[in-house]
Design a protein around this ligand. Sequence first.
Ligand code: GLA
Length: 378
Amino acid sequence: MKKNRVGSICLLIILFIFNMSCSFNNSNKNGMGAATITTQHFGTFEGKPITEYTLTNASGMQVVIINYGGIITKIITQAKDSSWGDVVTGYDSLEGYTQKDTPYFGALIGRYANRLAKGKYTIDGVDYSAALNNNGHSLHGGLKGFDKVVWEAAILPGDSSVQLNYLSKDGEEGYPGNLKVQVVYTLTANNAIKIEYTASTDKTTILNLTNHTYFNLTAGKSNTIYDHLVQINANKFTPVDASLIPTGELLEVKGTPMDFTSPKKVGQDIDKVMGGYDHNWVLNKADGLQEVASVYEPISGRYLTVATTEPGLQFYTGNFLDGTLKGTKKGIVYNKHYALTLETQHFPDSPNQPGFPSTLLKPGEPYHQTTVFTFSIK
Ligand code: GLA
């Protein structure tokens, strides 16, 4: 009896030492912890379970993603005073994300990011009508875009990537072709969130994917983004009419409030733009992945850079936030200009603008776009 007890105690001590040495090895690999992904049940939508994936990298940065809408619900990064904070808008629970008229917080957007005038477009002489949901236009994929569907999710080997898959059926929201979409979110060791989009179709269609994360780099210390310094590598932008449909022109930013060629406080000229910024910038870039924009927030010292393969960037300053959303994180009131988005994309309404880069996707053609958000401290 006594022998047994001594034996058990010895075993416990051995297990304890083994466990300690495992966690010691883990947290000291290269002087830092290993990358991990943990999962948690986040609710049910249309009878399907929704899972929350928490990606943590070696230095402790975290990105949280749910497979409803492929939404980035949290990005937790360090400030220059070493404190950690969540720099994106969102809700405490799934009910927040599924409420009517949520402004696409953190979501994947498709099939067509931003607006299609009157929802109309033509492919090979055939007229199509995408579902209308915005002042007689189609915005962000229509009534039930990719932000409102359940994606199949899988953790990829290496514990730093989550893959999301969605099959958008022929005719869905007024778009032709069975479209297979895959999005891979990766949190890298150097504090970057890489978003890789691939897709294929069995009928010619149009496609313009993006992610709609709203950033406020103060992590709750300021309720506007006026003091964020934004820089966008773009000499031109696409002006819009009163209903935010591009006129088709490419205008020079020089000498206008749209000039962000050097870092500029968002608040400096925002009053000169009706409602605030909600425009597409024509990026100065060649093909391929290139750094195109940055945001610096002086209180926290957080610095965010954006690299993309896309030709355009929708810089939106949360003009329609009005403090009425329910279930927000810790009850935060998201008022106008609380946060900003950097939606890398093809230009709005491209199918109706012959001068804009094409958004057509044909069967057998690859669709591959990448956007990388990298965080650091300055
Ligand atoms: C985009 C649009 C805005 C607005 C938001 C979502 O940024 O350009 O006009 O619709 O999405 O609220």
